[in-house]
Design a protein around this ligand. Structure first.
Ligand code: HEC
Length: 132
């Protein structure tokens, strides 16, 4: 009986941990912080982070021409192009930052907090309209 209890308990725990596993985030259900996305402060913080962590590949002007971009099998896109912007959403950018982009050199960024990722989303999505 005691063993049965322990078994049920561990099953419950397993179910529980599957729920919060970082590997099973349902990005369609992630809550987008709308106000942060349109905040000038968030964009400015995102821009600083971008120069620090992303410009090497994505370029100082976010146009895909970073110093490391030449050797990459797939060159980073130009975030300033209206074509890219019209297909991008806050959630798709947030997901790429969280998971990386399969088949490319784009890494995942587990060291960034969600707040920092949304700052980067705010910046990246503003480039086409406001410039780098
Ligand atoms: C090692 C080089 C490298 C670094 C560093 C890097 N990226 Fe990327 N990134 C890429 C490549 C290559 C791609 C794939 C081509 C593309 O889609 O732009 C990519 C793709 C992306 C995309 C998806 C574009 C799309 O719509 O498909 C986003 C958004 C992005 N990167 C943002 C960032 C941000 C923000 C940072 C900094 C935190 C960053 N990247 C750091 C190389 C890099």
């Amino acid at each position: 009986m005691k063993a049965m209890g322990a078994l049920l308990m561990s099953l419950a725990l397993l179910g529980c941990s599957a729920e919060v596993s970082p590997f099973s985030v349902d990005y369609d259900k992630v809550e987008v912080p709308i106000a942060q996305l349109s905040s000038d402060e968030a964009r400015a913080r995102g821009r600083t982070l971008f120069k620090e962590k992303c410009a090497l590949c994505h370029g100082d002007r976010a146009d895909g021409n970073g110093v490391r971009s030449q050797g990459l099998s797939r060159k980073p896109v130009d975030f300033g192009s209206p074509g890219w912007r019209s297909n991008a959403t806050a959630i798709t950018v947030f997901e790429v930052l969280s998971e990386g982009k399969r088949g490319t050199s784009m890494p995942a960024w587990p060291t960034l907090s969600d707040g920092q990722k949304w700052d980067l989303v705010a910046y990246v999505l503003s480039v086409a309209e406001d410039g780098p």
